[in-house]
Design a protein around this ligand. Structure first.
Ligand SMILES: Nc1nc2c(c(=O)[nH]1)N[C@H]1C(S)=C(S)[C@@H](COP(=O)(O)O)O[C@H]1N2
Ligand SMILES: [Mo]
Length: 197
């Protein structure tokens, strides 16, 4: 019998019922009419989308357990949005690009390796469990990449920047891992031995 990965608990995680809200830089005010998502950096064409334009792009649903690096997980969350690959294709990403830096309206940042960000189920999510995000959960948009910890799911996303060389984001500068793969338990940098807080 084959077992679906999503039914296995990743190492060190336990399930709780609902997300715990984390907004380490506070909650920004967002004007729906002025909001734009920009695609920039190592691209042939810079792009900009209003919220209404985002809603018209192709979308997929991804149902997955969602995991915070502090060890709580929420089962069976349905995230819905635009595959990040679609932005990459529209913008014409240059071969030199190796990382995506996600940048947000509150100043939060987080880098993701390009191969993870362009994987099949990696999306810029616009909805969770059938509804637009509440402001505290990152309305209008946040990336979701099922095999990475949730700190990579940057709320109030407004810039997708393609870059060549790795640079730290907010939590990476404080010791969190460059990639954050849940199955490899990549919580902290250089932590092959798994010591925890
Ligand atoms: N802009 C921003 N995005 C963020 C964070 C944050 O503090 N600010 N926290 C991250 C972490 S560590 C987690 S676990 C999730 C929590 O999502 P929630 O606040 O919607 O529950 O958001 C992630 N994205
Ligand atoms: Mo987290």
């Amino acid at each position: 019998m084959t077992q679906d990965k999503e039914t296995i608990v990743p190492p060190g995680q336990y399930f709780i019922k609902n997300f715990i809200v984390y907004s380490v830089l506070g909650t920004p005010l967002i004007d729906k009419e002025r909001y734009r998502l920009r695609v920039t950096g190592l691209v042939e064409r810079e792009l900009e989308f209003s919220y209404d334009e985002l809603l018209r792009l192709p979308q997929i649903k991804v149902t997955a357990d969602s995991h915070c690096v502090t060890k709580w997980s929420v089962k069976n969350v349905t995230w819905e949005g635009i595959p990040i690959r679609i932005f990459a294709e529209m913008a014409g990403v240059k071969p030199a690009a190796r990382w995506i830096m996600f940048r947000c309206l509150d100043g939060y940042t987080t880098p993701v390796p390009i191969e993870d960000a362009l994987s099949e189920n990696a999306i810029v999510a616009l909805r969770m469990n059938g509804e637009s995000f509440k402001l505290e959960h990152g309305w209008p948009a946040r990336p979701f990449i099922p095999h990475l910890y949730l700190w990579k799911s940057a709320k109030w996303l407004n810039i997708i920047e393609f870059i060549e060389k790795y640079i730290d984001g907010y939590w990476e500068a404080r010791g969190y891992h460059e990639r954050g793969n849940i199955w490899l338990e990549e919580r902290f940098k250089n932590s092959s031995e798994k010591h925890h807080r």
